[in-house]
Design a protein around this ligand. Sequence first.
Ligand SMILES: [Zn+2]
Length: 365
Amino acid sequence: MRALTISAHGGLEQLEYRTDLPVPDVPPGHVRVRLRAAALNHLDLFTLRGLPGLTIKPPWIMGADGTGVIDAIGPASDSRIEDDKLATESPQHVHEGEELTVGTRVIINAGISDRSCEYCLAGEQSLCVRFQLLGEHLPGTMAEFVVVPVENVRRVPAEIPVEQAAAFTLAALTAWRMIITRAEVGPDDDVLIWGIGGGVAQAALQIAKMREARVWVTSGTDAKLERARELGADETLNHRTTDVAKEIRRRTSKRGVSVVIDSVGQATWTQSLGALGRAGRLVTCGGTSGAIVETDVRRLFWNQWSIMGSTMGNDAEFDNVVREFRQGRLLPVVDSVFKLEDGRRAFERMESGEQFGKIVVSMGT
Ligand SMILES: [Zn+2]
């Protein structure tokens, strides 16, 4: 099968389009998806460059987000089929009253949990002690086929375009957990979201507006701030030309915001805390600019801040974002679409930081 792979960590030159990879088998409890499109996340750049403790087996298939059609369903794990053959004739799997069969259009949740540790049993799959991500720990979605546990797919309505479906899950799920579960954003909140060109930031904006919060967004580009207003942003700040914390203090009679959504890390942390009011909550899901940050502990306790981490989401949160997605209330902005064989150009686009929304790779099927 065709796939976008790497054989060693490094720069974009490591990305290699291949056509000689074997189609993966389908173990019990899994489905094989014939992918139609995949989408990029910053995670893919980190995997490309290499992360501490991360070992890839070349040729490694990139990609965490994806959408496609179920192509085969593995035998049910609790009723062993004698010859272990794939259920391709009258296949069916029912997940929470939802029938998944060969041919069903699905989106994929890239977070794979073991479903047996204490966190999984408590319904907190993204805290799983053996948590794995497609494209980072397991073969990814930038390929003709991917195999995932049946719990990791959900049906997509026919009317949702394939590019938006491909780009949906990881950003929306991450943002949902940050805004709803961790920060518990409500109508009285002022929420600051950094870097509104990114997928998680845009999903966070949409979800915070659902909760009727007042949302502040930043970008280094005025054109992106203009587009963010169309998505519902109330206040916009150009972080290249404005001291964000100072300007927020000025516009809020020194009170600051009650919630900050930060995925940038090092470059924004001091400004995030500078903008955060008393009893404020800062939620971080990443450090795209650098991982090590400085916090003045006196300001932390005096202002009674909560600093929270967040990663992906659990099954209940996945079902919540899928519900919003199906009703058309939470759809990603697609920046650009590249063919799988031009996958390196998609990565170039992401590295440039010029995108507004998600970068999609199409399998051409
Ligand atoms: Zn677990």
